[in-house]
Design a protein around this ligand. Structure first.
Ligand code: PRX
Length: 582
């Protein structure tokens, strides 16, 4: 068995006071999703609505006047929303959408900075039964266009600044009927034909709205994710995903009603919706929302000032905190923290153990994907952690390791990580790509695209991706998307993109390009190409390194061999090159 980090394998981890899950083995054996459904409110007669489960159901309880969230802006502004206020604001936005003809099943996208209005519009869309697609505010025009075009989005909610950034592509989207402009900071705005002024119409909208009686299988949220080939694909979830998000927030993240919880993930990423919205709010938990990105001192200060008790973050952020030094956490009062979790990339054992040293708590790693909608494998509060392992399957989830014929392999053997389909938060389709969706299921298993192995005790250990998708600081980047943009640059003839290992962000994007006749390689051209990609896609998709080659290795059918680019770059053996062109 390949148990690396032997010396760290002694169990570590301080148990939370009375975890919600008291006995993993017992619950796993006897688990029934029906019991979880009984704890939710809107699931009678095949119905479910995520907005009701997260907000309006609390109006019938003493949680009505509890804070749903405290938001801190980049400028230090603070806003507080009770569940009652949150309900009224989301009702108003649902009325605004109705007035402008948005109906159940329509696709509505939000491209906003992380401000309270992002959360208001998000749940307003769910209340009307439309499908909400969140976009990272860091996206450039090309990334936004790909998603709006593919989904046929009817309405986009954005800010004056972000609209300006993507203005060049807006006229190329015939399905896009309206833009709602949220002018949070009140600067001058020029409204154009399709534009709706958020502030004006919200002031006029009614605070009453009857939530669309959506069914469990009605679509609710779509997140675009990257694959090895082609453009990003729209992963579609249904309203009943809330069953999985509620259960995992309670039993994997161990959230309790009196927690102050902070999820650092941006809502453009599935972690920012499943666990920055659905999981905590369906459990009635108060969240801290911070507009800004990573900053070690600021992050410790947030934990201290808001008395954060439960925290969900990502390995790159943890490694950056480690880099910022062991003394820094000691300068803040982090004593309220009782449970800390991590997701998105492999969490190295050193980082798990560092948590114990710096904060008195070990990070609980867990594993899942956009497609799974909720946590599938986790280290639980009740048990000590195995540093470096993703943990064990969530109750109700059957996970295994399969060989190339899709049959389970014995413990200790590496293979494809697979899940038995049928859990409530499983994605329902890739938008307009049913064939690709079907191709992800083999032999009655959902094939995750990750390689892993499990040990004798049923703990799962991540090995790597089975495809070419690059994971940079938790962002999945499809090499094809970056290559497509690279070859739009006037100097670039061909491009191949790989993920290059990096100690902090796991992988960085590295590009290999050959130039067109008449262009000469130079530092300036390299910079120009990088900025070109950054502007069109996003900062994290921009190649950190670019190598100029006379020509790229290709198969006889003309496909660029990324695998070969990678092995040569890393100084590894070439492997099978029988398909390489002469
Ligand atoms: O490769 C795995 C990695 O991130 C992928 C899923 O990314 P995404 O769809 O963006 O979902 C993000 C929400 C979690 C996985 O296929 N990954 C995720 N968690 C872990 C991980 N790799 C190693 N360890 C993890 N805990």
């Amino acid at each position: 068995m390949k148990l690396e980090y032997e010396e760290l394998l002694k169990d570590v981890g301080k148990m939370s006071p009375k975890p919600n899950m008291l006995d993993y083995g017992d619950i796993y054996q006897n688990f029934d999703w029906k019991e979880i459904e009984g704890q939710l409110k809107s699931l009678d007669d095949g119905k479910a609505n995520m907005a009701y489960e997260c907000i309006d159901k609390h109006l019938e309880t003493e949680l009505k006047d509890k804070l749903a969230f405290i938001w801190e802006g980049l400028d230090g502004a603070i806003e507080k929303y009770t569940f009652a206020r949150f309900s009224e604001e989301t009702n108003k936005f649902a009325n605004l959408l109705k007035k402008h003809g948005i109906k159940k099943g329509d696709r509505v996208f939000v491209f906003l900075e992380r401000v309270p209005e992002l959360y208001v519009v998000f749940f307003g869309v769910l209340k009307i039964g439309a499908i909400i697609g969140p976009l990272f505010s860091a996206f450039g025009p090309e990334a936004v266009k790909d998603r709006l075009e593919d989904s046929g989005a009817k309405l986009l909610i954005t800010s004056p600044n972000l609209k300006r950034k993507v203005k060049s592509i807006l006229h190329e989207l015939p399905d896009l009927h309206h833009l709602v402009i949220v002018n949070k900071r009140g600067g001058p705005v020029e409204y154009e034909d399709k534009d709706i002024c958020y502030e004006k119409e919200m002031a006029e909208a009614s605070t009453s709205f009857e939530i669309e009686p959506t069914n469990r299988e009605d679509y609710s949220v779509m997140h675009y994710t990257s694959g090895t080939t082609g453009k990003p694909k729209g992963v579609v979830h249904a309203h009943q995903a809330i069953i999985g998000q509620y259960a995992t927030a309670k039993y994997a993240l161990d959230l309790k009603e009196d927690d102050i919880y902070w999820c650092t993930a941006d809502p453009g990423w599935v972690t920012g919706t499943s666990y920055g919205m659905f999981g905590p709010w369906s459990n009635g938990v108060t969240q801290i929302l911070y507009e800004g990105g990573f900053n070690a001192s600021k992050w410790y200060q947030i934990i201290q000032d808001y008395k954060v008790t439960a925290w969900y973050t990502a390995p790159t952020a943890i490694r950056m905190l480690m880099k910022a030094g062991d003394e820094l956490p000691g300068q803040y009062d982090l004593s309220r923290l009782r449970h800390i979790c991590s997701v998105g990339e492999p969490l190295n054992p050193e980082a798990v153990v560092w948590g114990e040293k710096a904060m008195g708590l070990a990070f609980h790693d867990n594993w899942w994907q956009t497609e799974t909608g909720a946590i599938m494998i986790a280290n639980y509060a009740i048990q000590n952690i195995r540093p470096g392992s993703m943990g064990r399957p969530f109750p109700g989830i059957q996970a295994d390791i399969l060989d190339d014929q899709y049959n389970p392999v014995p413990a200790g053997e590496e293979g494809q990580l697979a899940l038995k389909p049928g859990w409530p938060s499983m994605f329902r389709t890739y938008w307009n790509r049913e064939d690709y969706y079907n191709s992800r299921f083999k032999n009655d298993w959902y094939i995750t695209g990750d390689k892993a192995y499990k040990d004798e005790d049923g703990y799962f250990w991540f090995v790597g991706r089975a495809d070419d998708v690059i994971n940079t600081a938790g962002h999945l980047v499809g090499p094809f998307e970056v290559e497509s943009v690279l070859i739009q640059h006037p100097a670039v003839a061909e491009a191949g993109v790989i993920g290059k290992p990096d100690p902090i962000v796991m992988e960085v994007v590295k590009a290999f390009v050959s130039l067109k006749e008449g262009y000469v390689q130079s530092e300036q051209l390299r910079r120009e190409i990088r900025v070109f990609v950054k502007k069109k896609l996003a900062g994290w998709a921009c190649p950190r390194e670019i190598d100029f080659l006379d020509s790229l290795p290709k198969t006889r059918s003309g496909k660029i061999m990324r695998r070969l680019l990678k092995s040569r770059d890393l100084g590894l053996p070439d492997g099978d090159i029988s398909t390489l062109e002469d």
